[in-house]
Design a protein around this ligand. Structure first.
Ligand code: FAD
Ligand code: NAP
Length: 555
């Protein structure tokens, strides 16, 4: 794996740019290319890490794998890039995705315009100049007409505030900031957290560690991921069909590539339902299990319960010890981000793996030597792994001193939970665009990222052609979009799932709708309609007269 060496701040940092892009993951890299190479703007990228990759730079924990199939976990904007990418497994691992993104950065010569090891600390909109004034954690200042934040929606790590945390004398890691060269073999390891990440890391390290203690707060519904080799003729067939595959994905709901079902679960017999669930179980993939089996698993409680019960039965079949099986068995609604795994439940049949149910015996404290639970047991550990997720969606935003018109901070703007117009803009923050901002689509993400990057690029082009000083969402449009997202989410069961999707995983965080849950196809139609309506819901100000046009808010 190659990483750029530490860079000195380039001289150009003291000048004014047309655009600043923060973040160098999937979103930031493509944004930089669009604005620089297609619109011809001067662009500076800032990235806190030493290299590109975003999620795939930071999450180097053992077992890290995308659960989007390989052929849709990449960019589609360049057909040659699509054809050139060599792959032979159904899913790609973290090192493979990182090396893909490094290749992208190399291929389009993106690194020369990204300043690494540099966090953006503050960005203030100067209303007189119509420009963003940006300060980095190196103390540098620069300005830009446009600010694009590609800060990641699963990027700000969540380290729970557990009593005694600092006393632990062993090794301590968060999966979302995993260092190089961690050696776990033959050690006593504890893992807190059993989300997508926890499942992957637990399954991957169980065979090598001396003892693995899993601290589970919520039992999880998970299905097999179904990874494996894809024979060359199938890869070739996919490559020949790429145009149609991507067009279908971008018209679909969750953009995972499989056919989404519209059949209601209760419209078939129990035997037929079991057969459909079994086929999905055998095929692999969490989103396929939730959205490819029946059309109402995420919306109808009775349908949802059938899918949940099927997984519960599987747990009972797979896990040998009835007490462990009981603890691993979820009872509530199946409505978190769908999980899949490479043998998670079976991992608990290993003699070196034990499960602590934190609902029965919560963590009392962390000591120098391990974790003490409410029953007084000290679980002795050499290594403690936090697979405790992220302050999702707005977590990186509220860390920045980000201020729009009138000096209003994003923290004040989002006091009652993050909102946006179209998942990309927020009122009072002119010329600022968010990639994967709040209330964007809930999907396989690269197709949504591409959709947003391309829309932002068109919007900037439009503003420039119009000679605008600024373009920004109106408060009315933002309110209408928030209502739309809230109404759609209310028709789903996700709000009952208590997860990061609604901000429910962070103590004290407002529990709000953070996604547009009608799917990517519908989202793209909305975006197209906004453009056709001459950027409906946006206000455009011209530099000379300071007059501004307001385009009526979206319905
Ligand atoms: P990120 O990749 O998160 O990049 C954001 C970057 O911004 C980071 O590098 C960060 O350092 C930088 N940054 C943040 N704040 C600042 C600042 N103030 N100054 C400078 N830099 C800053 N999605 C899927 O669709 N399918 C999957 O299978 C899938 N698997 C995942 C597995 C894991 C372990 C995780 C954590 C997420 C997964 N995701 C998956 C979601 C994944 O985050 C997205 O698919 C995608 O990688 C997001 O890209 P991004 O560019 O928007 O953000
Ligand atoms: P997560 O889904 O939020 O899971 C965090 C886990 O930590 C949960 O089990 C949670 O328990 C537990 N936890 C949090 N605080 C705790 C505390 N104080 N004490 C005990 N347990 C605590 O985070 P994640 O697993 O990192 O995944 C986040 C998202 O990243 C996923 O939903 C997915 O979108 C993406 N991801 C995808 C993949 C993939 O397969 N492609 C892999 C990793 C991540 P509760 O459930 O009780 O809150």
């Amino acid at each position: 794996m190659t990483q750029p060496t530490s860079q000195a701040a380039p001289d150009a940092i003291t000048t004014d740019f047309d655009a600043v892009v923060v973040g160098a993951g999937f979103g930031g890299l493509y944004m930089l290319r669009k604005l620089r190479d297609e619109l011809g703007l001067t662009v500076r990228g800032f990235e806190r890490a030493t290299g590109v990759g975003g999620t795939w730079y930071w999450n180097r924990y053992p077992g890290a794998l995308s659960d989007t199939e390989t052929y849709l976990y990449c960019y589609s904007f360049d057909k040659t890039l699509l054809q050139d990418w060599q792959w032979d497994t159904r899913y790609v691992t973290q090192p493979q995705i990182l090396s893909y993104l490094e290749h992208v950065a190399e291929r389009y010569d993106l690194r020369r315009d990204i300043q690494f090891e540099t966090g953006v600390e503050a960005a203030h909109f100067d209303e007189v100049a119509g420009r963003w004034r940006i300060r980095t954690d190196r103390g540098e200042l620069c300005s830009a007409k446009y600010l694009v934040t590609a800060l990641g929606l699963l990027s700000a790590t969540n380290l729970p505030d557990i009593a005694g945390l600092e006393r632990f004398t062993g090794e301590r890691y968060h999966t979302g900031a995993w260092p190089a060269n961690v050696e776990l073999a033959n050690k006593r390891v504890g893992v807190i957290g059993t989300g997508s990440t926890g499942l992957q890391v637990i399954t991957a390290i169980a065979p090598e560690v001396a003892q693995l203690t899993v601290f589970q707060r919520s039992a999880q519904y998970s299905v097999p991921v179904g990874n494996g080799r894809v024979p060359p003729d199938q890869v070739d067939a996919i490559k020949r069909d790429y145009d149609a595959i991507w067009a279908r994905a971008k018209r679909s709901m969750v953009a995972f590539g499989f056919e989404e079902s519209t059949v209601p679960a209760m419209s078939v017999t129990n035997d037929q339902r079991q057969a459909v669930f079994q086929r999905a179980w055998d095929a692999g993939g969490g989103f396929r299990y939730m959205f490819g089996t029946f059309g109402d698993i995420a919306t109808n409680p009775a349908a949802n319960e059938t899918a949940a019960a099927f997984v519960r039965d599987k747990i009972a079949d797979i896990v040998n010890d009835p007490e462990t099986a009981r603890k691993l068995t979820p009872r509530g609604v199946y409505a978190k981000r769908p999980l899949c795994d490479s043998g998670y439940y079976a991992t608990f049949n290993r003699p070196n793996v034990s499960l602590v149910d934190l609902k029965e015996t919560p963590i009392r404290e962390i000591t120098a030597g391990g974790v003490v639970t409410a029953d007084g047991v000290e679980h002795a550990l050499d290594v403690l792994i936090f697979a405790t997720g992220f302050d999702a969606v707005d977590g990186n935003y509220v860390k920045i001193d980000l201020r729009g018109r009138g000096g209003k901070s994003i923290r004040d703007q989002w006091q009652r939970g993050p909102t946006s117009y179209l998942g990309m803009t927020t009122a009072g923050f002119p010329n600022m665009f968010m990639i994967l901002g709040p209330n964007g689509p809930f999907t396989n993400l690269p197709p949504s990222i591409e959709t947003q990057v391309e829309w932002i690029s068109d919007c900037v082009k439009h503003a420039e052609q119009r000679g605008a000083q600024s373009i920004e969402a109106t408060a009315d449009a933002e309110r209408a979009w928030t209502t739309t997202c809230t109404d759609i989410a209310a028709q789903t069961l996700f709000a009952q799932g208590d997860s990061w999707i609604f901000g429910a995983n962070i103590p004290g965080k407002p529990n709000t709708v953070m996604f547009y849950m009608a799917g990517l196809g519908a989202y793209r139609e909305v975006l197209g309609g906004v453009v056709e309506g001459d950027y409906r819901g946006f206000e455009v100000r011209s530099p000379v007269s300071a007059n501004h046009e307001r385009v009526a808010a979206a319905d």
